[in-house]
Write a protein that binds this ligand. Structure first.
Ligand code: TMP
Length: 210
C-alpha cells in the first residue's frame, strides 16, 4: 500500500538563506524515492500568487495582512497541498502558517490567541509533519539582506522587527517542539546544507522511509 505523503516546511527570517536549501531538501527526498511538490507561501496557486504580489508590495492594515495571508493559505491547502498529500506525494513549502505567527503576530503585534483562532478556523488540525527553522541572529540576517536591494516591504523593516520575527518563531517552536528542527543558519552555505542533510536523514529513518 502506498504510504501517505508528508508535509515539510522551511521557515526563518528574511536573510536566513532558507530558499537556497529548498532544493537541498527536495533532492534528499527524491533520492529516497519520494515524489515531491515544491511550493511557497504566500503563493503556490494562481490566486495565491496574485495575493503575494499585493502582500509584498501594498501597505495595508495589519489585520487585512493577516487575513490575506490566511486566505492565500486556505486556497493553497485546499487546491494543492492536500490533494498532493492524498496522492502520496511529499509537499515541501517555503514558509507556511508559522510565518504568520512570526510576522503578523509577534512582529506586527496581532494578538497570539487571535491568530490561533484564525489558524484553527482555516486549517483545523492540519499542520506540517516537519518544520526546518533556519535560525540566526537578526543582526546577521539584516546585514545579509542589506547587501542587496530590498525585495519587498518586509525586508525594509528595521532590526527590531526582525528580532520579533525570530522570537515569534521560537515561541511556535516551544509550542510544538517535536515538529521543529533548528538549523544554525549563521554558518556558510555548505555547513548549512550538511545540517539539513543530517536532520533529514534522521527524520527519514524515524519515519521508516530511508
Ligand atoms: P519570502 O521572501 O520567503 O518568499 O517571503 C515573503 C515575505 O512574506 C517574507 O518577508 C515573510 C512574509 N510572510 C509573512 O509576513 N507572513 C506569512 O504568513 C508568510 C507566509 C510570509
Amino acid at each position: 500500500m502506498r504510504q501517505p505523503g508528508r508535509f515539510v516546511t522551511l521557515e526563518g527570517m528574511d536573510g536566513a538563506g532558507k530558499s537556497s536549501h529548498v532544493m537541498t531538501v527536495a533532492r534528499i527526498l527524491e533520492a529516497s524515492g519520494q515524489t515531491v511538490l515544491i511550493t511557497r507561501e504566500p503563493g503556490g496557486t494562481p490566486l495565491g500568487e496574485k495575493l503575494r504580489e499585493l502582500l509584498l508590495n501594498e501597505s495595508m492594515d495589519i489585520e487585512t495582512e493577516a487575513l490575506l495571508m490566511f486566505a492565500a493559505r486556505r486556497e493553497h491547502v485546499a487546491s494543492r497541498i492536500q490533494p498532493a498529500l492524498a496522492a502520496g506525494q511529499w509537499v515541501l513549502s517555503d514558509r507556511f502558517a508559522d510565518a504568520s505567527f512570526a510576522y503578523q503576530a509577534s512582529a506586527r503585534g496581532i494578538d497570539w490567541q487571535r491568530m490561533r483562532s484564525l489558524e484553527n478556523w482555516v486549517l483545523g488540525d492540519f499542520a506540517p509533519d516537519l518544520t526546518l527553522l533556519f535560525d540566526l541572529p537578526a543582526s546577521t540576517a539584516v546585514e545579509r539582506t542589506s547587501r542587496r536591494a530590498p525585495e519587498d516591504r518586509f525586508e525594509k523593516e528595521a532590526l527590531d522587527f526582525h528580532e520579533r520575527v525570530r522570537q515569534g518563531y521560537w515561541r511556535r517552536r516551544e509550542e510544538s517542539p517535536a515538529r521543529f528542527e533548528t538549523i544554525d543558519a549563521s554558518q556558510g552555505i555548505e555547513a548549512v546544507a550538511q545540517q539539513v542533510n543530517d536532520v533529514m536523514s534522521r527524520r527519514l529513518r524515524q519515519w521508516g522511509v530511508a
